[in-house]
Design a binder for this molecule. Structure first.
Ligand code: ZN
Ligand code: ZN
Length: 122
């Protein structure tokens, strides 16, 4: 089993895909089609994919209050509710650490925001 991208512990996931140790969520294959292309355009991170070992790229995921174009701006310029996820352009896995999940308003809200990004990108 490959290590968790967040805490590098052996990845023990609960039913929702969250790491039991650091609380981040690894969601395999979540980024497909247009969403994966969008992930591929993001800046490279220092994290590696726990599934295929590829380098993860970061992706801004705006919260529900934000209607508009995606951007990769300064932390301070991000609209409220925006969190930063990391995605694997090779296999489409998506990682969100505990802090960013909290920023998004928990996992279901994060998934809803990501779905909006997917629709906007297609
Ligand atoms: Zn972890
Ligand atoms: Zn991967």
């Amino acid at each position: 089993m490959r290590p968790c991208p967040g805490c590098r512990a052996e990845h023990h996931k609960d039913a929702s895909g969250r790491c039991a140790r650091c609380g981040g969520a690894w969601l395999p294959g979540l980024a497909d089609g247009p969403l994966r292309r969008l992930v591929g355009k993001g800046p490279l991170t220092s994290l590696n994919c726990p599934d295929c070992g590829g380098a993860l790229k970061s992706l801004d995921v705006p919260g529900p209050v934000y209607e508009g174009d995606l951007f990769w701006g300064l932390e301070t310029a991000r609209p409220a509710g925006t969190c930063v996820a990391e995605g694997c352009p090779r296999c489409g896995g998506v990682w969100a650490d505990a802090e960013n999940l909290q920023r998004a308003g928990a996992l279901p809200a994060f998934l809803a925001s990501l779905e909006r990004v997917r629709r906007g990108a297609s």
